[in-house]
Design a protein around this ligand. Structure first.
Ligand code: URA
Length: 194
């Protein structure tokens, strides 16, 4: 497999740039591979790039990205210390949600990012990312605040995983922010314990 054959993040990005298995690549301006450190202790996965991400080729650089930066800063992290990507690497036209087929074609590459970095934990941003990564169909309100295990063939041992409310959701529903702060504190605690 293309994704599994890549043994660095740069090789994986180059393989994705040549990959024609995901139709979203045809309508997008740029590949949005990921941002951050190859030795990150936390990998965060969102849903899909939006317009600004498509323009810049960098994930989470629009308004929800700015909130994500503040969420990370609240627990002493910045982008250089984590790695951020999405369940799909190209913007779906008109910002529609990616289809399950589109997510499935990108998933081997998302998994390979996690395998290559081997972080201390995986954090899904929002329900769609959580369900795609953790193979479930639960609302993010049920998944957040809990720790499960993320397993893949190339990851030994498996790593702890959790979900946070998506920053775009928090912008629409600021009343939920208190739960996100609670979850961020739990993430920080786990990081300092490890
Ligand atoms: N929302 C996402 O899920 N991902 C991005 O990269 C930007 C906004």
């Amino acid at each position: 497999m293309l994704a599994a054959a890549a043994d660095t993040l740069d090789a994986l990005k180059a393989a994705l740039a040549r990959y024609d298995g995901c139709a979203l690549a045809k309508t997008a301006t740029n590949l949005v591979f990921g941002d951050g450190s190859a030795t990150a202790r936390v990998v965060l996965i969102g849903e899909a790039p939006g317009a600004e991400e498509d323009r810049q080729g960098v994930p989470f650089v629009g308004v929800s990205g700015q909130l994500l930066d503040r969420m990370l800063a609240s627990i002493g992290l910045d982008r250089a210390q984590v790695f951020i990507s999405n369940t799909v690497f190209w913007r779906p036209p008109g910002n529609r949600a990616p289809t399950s087929q589109e997510v499935a074609t990108c998933m081997p590459f998302v998994i390979r990012i996690i395998e290559l970095i081997r972080p201390a934990m995986l954090v899904a941003l929002g329900g769609p990312a959580a369900n795609a990564l953790l193979n479930r169909s639960e609302s993010v309100s049920r998944l957040r605040g809990r720790w499960v295990t993320f397993e893949s063939a190339g990851l030994d041992p498996p790593i702890p995983a959790t979900a946070l409310f998506h920053p775009a959701y928090l912008l629409r529903s600021p009343g939920q922010k208190r739960f996100a702060w609670r979850d961020l504190v739990a993430i920080k605690k786990r990081l300092s314990a490890g």
